[in-house]
Write a protein that binds this ligand. Structure first.
Ligand SMILES: *[C@@H]1O[C@H](CO)[C@@H](O)[C@H](O)[C@H]1NC(C)=O
Ligand SMILES: *[C@@H]1O[C@H](CO)[C@@H](O)[C@H](O)[C@H]1NC(C)=O
Length: 403
């Protein structure tokens, strides 16, 4: 009996010893990087799903090694490489193991190469082990990926708009930023508004700065945006009623209501409660004329562009495809992609919201064809009287401007 007890303790210590709770754990000799592992409750049999980045041509096969009441149990895994790899060498994968009666309540899992050669590298906690009936957050925004970021003013303006719209949490997969941006992130992290997930994939592989491999060479699409988004959706699946999947320079604005808190119940009634909502992209180029009505002297030494100066948008052509970003109940999502969902628990995963109800406002240094007749759109200014003092307050609290 004593020997048995000792064995259990050893196995337990072994699991703890190999425990790593950071995204991006390399799997043995394989070119696979594990991000996070989650319990999947939505099908008959429970599964462990692990979001990973894999070298597609390696076609590796995997096992899950689970820590279970002091012992380890090895199960075969299925690896599904997501289709939206944009022809980069690396892509997102979901590595899935079905839980068997030998271990019904695993706490930790290590992904290994299958077969005897698969040595254990590290265990990660299995998240989403419980399904709560209420969620701490109503709206969570998944921001993938913060890379070489220094537009402090844009960051604070977006964060304060997100708050006004009803977001209670912003998750940022962060590679790097400048010291002023870090001060602002520290401020929001301390307030509990932001969660930073370290995103260190560039230490291992060469990330592309874009989605088009011919224009932006590299081994993985746009800094690894897609695996980060998928991880975020699973991480917040039982923490947030909705997740919004868009970038820092994008704002989903209702046109007649003030906030997402008011908008989403209306969308559920008008469309369905079982779908994600697509919001049409509208470009507001910084190359257009600046309207300085809300220029702030106080902000003039802060890096970034005051988005309140940009109220001219590039018209979207009717009857052509317009891109979009989504807000969705994460429990409907199986695989997320940049624009919408790759796979969901439904047949028709997302619906387009009529652009007279809401749109996405996208502020960026866009170029657009000469002779384009831009459309004046004052809607952002509806938020100005709230936004300006809120932004100044955060810049002060972060020590970036004088009180
Ligand atoms: C969007 O809503 C407007 C106003 O209700 C309506 O005139 C228009 O036909 C709708 N567009 C689509 C594509 O349904
Ligand atoms: C926008 O792009 C133009 C040319 O492409 C450049 O001259 C300008 O400095 C850029 N502005 C900002 C704010 O990045």
């Amino acid at each position: 009996d004593l020997l048995f007890l000792l064995l259990i303790i050893c196995a337990f210590l072994y699991c703890l010893h190999l425990l790593k709770d950071g995204p991006l754990v390399k799997v043995g000799h394989l070119n696979t990087y594990v991000i996070g592992s989650y319990l999947e409750h939505r099908f008959g049999e429970k599964q462990i799903k692990t979001i990973a980045i894999v070298l597609r041509r390696e076609q590796a096969t995997f096992s899950c090694v689970m820590c279970c009441d002091g012992t380890t149990v090895r199960l075969p895994a299925e690896c599904s490489i997501h289709d939206d790899h944009f022809n980069f060498e690396y892509g997102t994968a979901t590595i899935m193991c079905t839980i068997k009666s030998t271990c019904l309540t695993p706490t930790h899992v290590a992904i290994t190469a299958s077969g005897v050669s698969g040595s254990l590298t590290s265990f990660q906690p299995i998240r989403n082990r419980d399904v709560p009936t209420t969620f701490p957050y109503e709206f969570t925004i998944c921001i993938s990926v913060m890379y070489d970021y220094k537009s402090v003013l844009n960051l604070v303006q977006s964060m304060e708009m997100f708050r006004l719209l009803g977001a209670q949490r912003v998750v940022i997969y962060k590679t790097n930023c400048d010291s002023h941006t870090q001060k602002v992130l520290d401020y929001y992290e301390k307030k509990g508004f932001v969660e930073i997930i370290p995103w260190t994939i560039k230490k291992h592989i060469k990330v592309s700065r874009g989605w088009n491999i011919n224009k932006s060479p590299g081994q993985l699409q746009y800094y690894g945006q897609i695996p980060a988004l998928n991880d975020c959706v699973y991480r917040y699946m039982y923490q947030s009623r909705y997740v919004a999947l868009h970038d820092l320079d994008e704002l989903i604005l209702p046109l007649k209501l003030k906030s997402w808190t008011e908008l989403l119940p209306e969308l559920k009634i008008k469309y369905s409660s079982n779908v994600g909502f697509e919001f049409e992209n509208n470009q507001f180029p910084f190359t257009a004329k600046a309207h300085a009505d809300y220029e702030q002297d106080k902000w003039k030494n802060i890096q970034g562009v005051n988005i309140l100066n940009y109220i001219d948008r590039v018209p979207n052509l009717p009857n052509t495809f317009n891109n979009y970003k989504i807000i969705v109940n994460p429990r409907l999502v199986l695989k997320a992609t940049v624009h919408g969902l790759l796979e969901s628990v439904n047949r028709s995963p997302t619906v387009r919201v009529n652009n007279s109800i809401a749109r996405m406002y996208h502020f960026k240094n866009f170029t657009y064809p000469p002779n384009t007749k831009l459309v004046r759109d004052y809607h952002l200014w509806d938020y100005a009287n709230y936004l300006i003092p809120a932004v100044s307050k955060v810049l002060q609290a972060s020590g970036l401007i004088e009180a």
